[in-house]
Ligand binder design. Structure first.
Ligand code: PGD
Length: 763
């Protein structure tokens, strides 16, 4: 494009844009059949007052006065040279006094789509080069439980979720989709690194028009799009495993299970069947049993089992189900149910964990590598499962269990974060506040004054994606995008790379960090891997300048071959699964050997230890938002346009609203023993009775001079969520489900202050 238009990309879509000095005009990629509305958050983001313009340091940290960290603390502006000198000295001090294992650089977060200015890669590379490593985090908030259980029982997480059943196969072959947790378009709209074609909606429409029957098994009807014409099964929250067991039992009762497949391709079905039939605990997991737990009629469960046994059936399990206590179980049981139905590895059938959970799934995988920033080697052994951050900071030296091992939490003195917002993403924010008061120093690079930046000691302004050149790419997207700089950086903001390069210089490791390249040279260098692979295949492989001029480049895909599950199905001896038995582990001797009551040796129904109660009768679903990616650009135009009275919208069923005297648009207070927040009520029959739905991402905004714990006046649900691991196996995030009560808020409405930057204070 010309006339000032430039190609760019984001986790939620490729686009072109131009800047008029104030606002951004955005045009989705012309070839995208269903662009994401959250592109609208860029419009007024570049020069928003929430952006960070200059380096700032918490005054109490600077003056070494021992005040607790708060979001209201005073900040002093410093010149770049001074702040970098200070930070280099502090990093050297911590390293010299306590070693690299006292620096937490896990720094989880999505940051922006470009592959070079990928904040996590930059911070990891810097800490590896400067100090030989750092305490890292493993797994993700997205897939904390599934990433650990799946390799034990089926195979590698990435291959199972990404190279398996494609949307093309669903359109053409699938008869029945049992979508546990649904497949909401707001989730598949997003892919880390970028997405140039949003194909999910049309694929579901095509399948439905062909006669495929989708079942949306979720408390939220809109967890499948209208185009899927789905049957909604709003079972009780967190009871999917009981439904799966009820279905499995019904299959056995009617001899509809695939005995041959279970014998030839699976390990330990006999042990699981004893449990299913209740031979040891005298409780058969029949449809009537499942009905009592799920609230779905027994006859409906039996009918669903029969339907699933008839045609080509696909079982999917969303990330959301495993982001809860015992989240390993639905992931495992989904695979077992699919095995019993006998269709694993067939086109459009079997099991695709997380299909539709992100725009990476259900697509063909690229046949050439994409540019990737090398991170170097981390010599520190200590790590935490990512969602154990508060536990780590609050319990230095204490033991914890993870995946069969007993480990110890390191003693962290310095936390360094770039590209994430823990005060958005972590559970039980009031506990996180206590945890973030433990380290001696907290450093944050941010584009905007997020609550995490407000809670740091040293805050360094980072450019946002639109202010720098980069390359957008994902291993599941057939386009490499030149992300061209659209506007100069705001204030004194710098690229993360330049900040780390300047620190590296002060620490005497500039050349090992930069390898003598500036940003532009790095882009050309990283591009070369992809170019060479294209050239080796005899495909169009322009040099970097030509790619940059064109703005995008087509990448070839692997065939739609069903991945390793198809190969296993075709020949289970030649293509064994990478599990101990080489088969689907319906019983896992490895997991049984860990002796975890919260994750036994085969899929098991384990009810939540925090069920709804008289005091907290509603189940809160705190899932991904539809109006932004996580908390990113919450101040952007699209996100703001969907708020009511400046608050996040909470949906609840009219029956529950009526019982509490709540009307549409009322401001309500959600609360439990961990915290409270305000939100604007929207009554909706698309939310099951007994359920209340408040998505994540509204920036935490504690009431000034409020109670302790403070009321979040904006609607961040993580003040209510539970900070426990899924189980001792995976220790994943459990933020999806909590119990709360809700009431009409009758007090004076507090102002929203979260987007107001701190005013610079005197030293
Ligand atoms: P984001 O809002 O994407 O959230 O948590 P995550 O921390 O990834 O944060 C990214 C931050 O990076 C933003 O503040 C943005 O401004 C900043 N940023 C963007 N570009 C740059 C850059 O170039 N440099 C720097 N330095 N910063 C940049 C998301 C996490 O939340 C995830 S992935 C999931 S799946 C979880 N989901 C849930 C959930 O479903 N329910 C609950 N209750 N809690 C969750 N938390 C988790």
């Amino acid at each position: 494009m010309n006339d000032g238009w430039s190609t760019h990309s984001s986790h939620w879509g490729a686009f072109s844009a131009r800047w008029d000095g104030r606002d951004i005009e955005v045009a989705p990629d012309a070839g995208d059949p269903a662009p994401s509305p959250i592109l609208g958050n860029f419009t007024d983001a570049l020069r928003h007052r929430a952006r960070i313009e200059r380096p700032m340091v918490r005054r109490s940290w600077l003056n070494k006065t021992s005040e607790p960290r708060t979001l209201d603390g005073a900040f002093v502006e410093l010149a770049w040279d001074e702040v970098l000198d200070l930070l280099a000295t502090e990093l050297s001090r911590v390293h010299a006094d306590h070693g690299a294992a006292a620096i937490f650089g896990g720094s989880y977060g999505w940051a922006s789509a470009g592959r070079f200015h990928h904040a996590q890669s930059q911070i990891h590379r810097f800490l590896n080069v400067a100090f030989g490593g750092y305490v890292r985090s493993v797994n993700s908030y997205s897939a904390g439980a599934s990433a650990v259980i799946l390799p034990h029982v089926l195979g590698p997480f990435e291959a199972l979720s990404r190279r398996n059943v494609t949307w093309e196969q669903v359109s053409e072959h699938t008869d029945v989709v049992l979508a546990f947790g649904g497949m909401a378009l707001k989730n598949s709209m997003v892919a880390s690194g970028g997405i140039s074609r949003h194909i999910e909606r049309d694929a579901m429409r095509k399948a439905a028009e062909r006669g495929a029957q989708f079942y949306c098994i979720s408390p939220l009807r809109d967890d499948l799009p209208e185009q899927a014409a789905a049957t909604w099964l709003p079972i009780r929250v967190g009871t999917d495993v009981a439904l799966m067991l009820g279905l499995a039992h019904s299959l056995v009762a009617e001899n509809l299970h695939d005995r041959d497949l279970l014998a030839r391709y699976c390990n330990g079905y006999d042990k699981f069947e004893r449990y299913l039939l209740g031979l040891d605990d005298r409780q058969p997991k029949h449809a009537g049993w499942a009905s009592d737990i799920t609230g779905m009629a027994a006859a409906e469960i039996v009918a669903l089992a029969r339907k699933a046994a008839q045609g080509r059936t696909l079982v999917t399990v969303s990330h959301s189900l495993q982001r809860a206590q015992y989240g390993e179980q639905p992931v495992w049981m989904g695979a077992v149910l699919a095995a019993m139905l006998g269709q694993i590895g067939l086109p459009g059938g079997g099991y695709n964990y997380a299909l539709g959970a992100l725009g990476h799934t259900g697509r063909r995988v690229n046949a050439v590598p994409i540019p990737t920033m090398p991170q170097g080697r981390n010599g520190v052994e200590d790590f935490i499962p990512v969602a154990r951050i508060s536990d780590m900071l609050l319990n230095p030296g204490q033991p914890f269990e993870y995946n069969g091992r007993t480990l110890r939490y390191p003693d962290i003195k310095l936390v360094y974060w770039a590209g994430g917002n823990p005060f958005h993403h972590h559970q039980d924010i009031n506990r996180l506040r206590r945890a973030f008061n433990v380290p001696q120093t907290i450093v944050v690079h941010e584009t905007a004054w997020t609550p995490s930046a407000r809670f740091a000691d040293i805050v360094l302004p980072a450019t946002m994606t639109l202010e720098r050149d980069d390359i957008g790419a994902a291993a599941t997207d057939p386009r490499l995008i030149a992300m061209r700089k659209l506007a100069p950086p705001i204030g004194e903001a710098r690229d993360d790379f330049d900040i780390f390069a300047a620190l590296a210089r002060r620490l005497g490791v500039e050349h090992p960090f930069t390898e003598g390249r500036d940003s532009r040279q790095w882009l050309a260098h990283l591009y070369e891997t992809t170019r060479k692979a294209l050239a080796a295949k005899g495909l169009d492989a322009p040099d970097f300048d030509e790619f940059w001029r064109r703005g995008e480049l087509a990448l070839p895909s692997e065939p739609d071959d069903g991945g390793f599950l198809r190969a296993f199905r075709d020949d289970p001896d030649a293509h064994k699964l990478p599990t101990p038995s080489g088969k689907i582990e319906i019983f896992s001797g490895t997991i049984a050997g860990f002796n975890y009551a919260d994750c036994p040796g085969h899929p098991t129904w384990l009810p939540s230890t925090e069920p709804p109660s008289a005091r907290h009768p509603l189940t809160l679903i705190a899932n991904q938002p539809a109006t932004r990616l996580h908390s990113q650009l919450d101040f952007g135009r699209h996100s703001q346009s969907r708020k009511v009275a400046g608050r996040e919208v909470v949906r609840l069923n009219p029956v529950d609203a009526r019982a509490r005297g709540i009307a549409d648009g009322d401001i309500v207070r959600l609360f439990n023993d961990r915290g409270a927040c305000l939100a604007a009520a929207a009554l909706s029959g698309d939310v099951a009775a007994g359920v209340i739905h408040l998505p994540t991402g509204a920036w935490y905004d504690p009431q000034a001079d409020g109670d302790d714990p403070a009321l979040c006046v904006h609607g961040n649900p993580n003040v209510l969520t539970r900070d426990i691991g899924t189980s001792r196996l995976a220790q994943g995030c459990t933020g999806q489900v909590s119990v709360v009560e809700c009431e009409k808020y009758l007090g004076q409405l507090p102002p929203i202050r979260t987007f107001d930057p701190p005013q610079p204070a005197d030293r």
